[in-house]
Design a protein around this ligand. Sequence first.
Ligand code: HEM
Length: 139
Amino acid sequence: MEKQKVFSLSEVSLHSSKNDCWLIIHGKVYDVSKFLDEHPGGDKVLVDASADGDASDAFEDVGHGTAARSIMNNYSIGVLEGSDPFLVGGYPQSLRTKDKKASSPITSLLQFLRPLLPVILLGMIWYYFSSKGKMPQSP
Ligand code: HEM
């Protein structure tokens, strides 16, 4: 695999004007200077997002579709220094939030119990009917 160029945050932040605009999205660095005029959301949002530092949340909040995700590959120039290699690339925010939720102890317990649910229910029904048979009959 080709080695990616690594940029520091301060280096990226030097490029946030209408003529020279770099974006950080999910740990990757994009030079969108030549895309500004074509962006359906306009050039201003891109320049603003560039000045704000990490544009990942702004990018996901808009709900960009697959078209945007494939276009952005053409403008990738490298990765951000210190970014997690497992999260680099169009890894949607919603999936990251889901991962976090799944790690809470209650969710883990529910996930563990879910496959056992039919067995527990059958056990309860069996217990109910078998204990009914043993009950003393009223006169
Ligand atoms: C390399 C990065 C980006 C690419 C390639 C890109 C591309 C696109 C494309 C193709 C659309 C049309 C809808 C779609 O296909 O999802 C779109 C819409 C839009 N984008 Fe981006 N975008 C990028 C970054 C951003 C960022 C950082 C923002 C910041 C807020 C932004 C804001 C918007 C908005 C507001 C729209 C909606 C326009 C409308 O429907 O009126 N985009 N973008």
